[in-house]
Write a new protein. Structure first.
Length: 387
């Protein structure tokens, strides 16, 4: 939720997005006994030895890095790999499973964008709706020319409520108000207020958490439906994401993972993040539901296919990250892959989907850095499989 992905090699240990136009034909027998068959794809051939090596390598990396989280790889309707490691609750030794709900931090922005675009398609908003027309007298420092499209594309120029410089540890306490005071969309006005404009609208790309909170305010006020419920109705339900929801961090259900500040120890992120997330982050999901999101998105079940095309059309280059950005989604620098990523205290998440090969891979961890080594290896493996 808090920090813009810096995907250049070595930055915070996070890998760049590989070109993932890969099609894999294989039969995997996991150690759990789960078996999934993939339809043959003659363009790419992966031996059983290579598949065994992949699973063995993921297990080794997980052991070496004390990975705690879940991994899943899909092609179309077929699950190629699904596996969980570590603990959702270390104190009670509750193990993570492939059905555990994990926080996905800024991965939430994709769902926020979809909720907003669905309102546009219904005629309740327009791409060029001015934020001021909905905000009224609130947040007077936001430029009157800022539109919904500027906010979706991170090109609004509004001042952010979080420091995106990356000069502080991810486990710092960065929120300017007590976390329990951020439980409704309207309560975020307190942290958004007083942030001076950084640049003129559409002048440049600048990743902005505050912009997506403003989008949640606009969506909630326009629709008359609380933002969390709006996301459930307009994104989760049509996509079949039955285990995805905004959860309070101080009353997580048994099936949700606590976020831990380090790979050992018991300190959690409960004082680091809003008690209930908003448009910029904080939703909880499962690796299965993330795959359902990709399928629902590109099947046109959440917004129209024309709307999807608008969202995955590159609006900005992010050269330092070897990436591009659409509306709510990161895009491969030159290929067809689409990505969501989240990074926070006690959270790391990346999911990559290639609509050409229909291959998705998702890694989510309930630690700050845990996802990056595994998602790097999966990206490299799939890229090699495509050559």
């Amino acid at each position: 939720m808090l920090t813009m992905p810096t995907l250049d090699p070595g930055a915070n240990g996070r890998p760049p997005l590989s070109h993932l136009t890969a099609t894999v034909s294989l039969l995997i027998q996991l150690s759990t006994g789960v078996q999934a068959r993939l339809l043959p794809a003659p363009a790419v051939r992966v031996s059983f030895v290579a598949v065994d090596d992949l699973v063995e390598t993921l297990d080794r990396i997980a052991l070496e890095t004390s990975f705690s989280g879940a991994v899943r790889v899909d092609r179309g309707d077929d699950v190629l790999l699904a596996k969980a490691y570590g603990y959702a609750h270390r104190g009670y030794r509750i193990a993570n499973t492939v059905d555990t709900q994990f926080a996905i931090a800024s991965g939430t922005k994709g769902l926020t964008a979809l909720a907003v675009v669905s309102l546009i398609e219904d005629g309740q908003l327009e791409w060029d709706t001015r934020a001021r027309s909905v905000l009224g007298q609130d947040l007077p420092l936001i430029n009157d020319a800022v539109t919904v499209e500027h906010l979706l594309a991170h090109r609004s120029g509004i001042g952010d409520y979080l420091d995106e410089s990356g000069d502080h540890p991810i486990t710092d306490y960065v929120l300017p108000v007590p976390v329990h005071e951020l439980a409704t969309t309207e309560q975020y006005l307190a942290v958004l207020h007083g942030r001076p404009t950084a640049f003129e609208p559409d002048e440049q790309f600048s990743y902005c958490d505050g912009g997506y909170v403003v989008l949640s305010l606009i969506a909630e006020r326009t629709s008359g439906i609380p933002f969390h419920e709006l996301v459930r109705q307009r994104v989760c339900e049509p996509a079949g994401m039955h285990d995805t929801e905004f959860l309070r961090s101080d009353e997580l259900p048994r099936g949700a993972a606590l976020g831990y500040l380090s790979i050992d120890g018991g300190r959690t992120n409960v004082f680091h993040l809003p008690v209930l997330g908003s448009g910029d982050g904080g939703i909880y999901s499962t690796v299965a539901d993330i795959n359902s999101l990709w399928r629902g998105l590109f099947d046109g079940r959440i917004v129209s296919r024309a709307g999807v095309a608008q969202m995955v059309r590159p609006r900005s280059d992010a050269p330092s990250a070897s990436m591009r950005y659409g509306l709510g989604f990161w895009l491969d620098g030159s290929g067809s892959a689409v990505m969501l990523e989240g990074y926070d205290a006690g959270v790391s998440f990346r999911s990559v989907y290639d609509p050409v090969s229909r291959i998705a891979h998702t890694v989510v961890a309930n630690t700050s850095e845990g996802a990056w080594p595994l998602t790097r290896h999966l990206g490299e493996f799939l890229a090699r499989s495509a050559t």
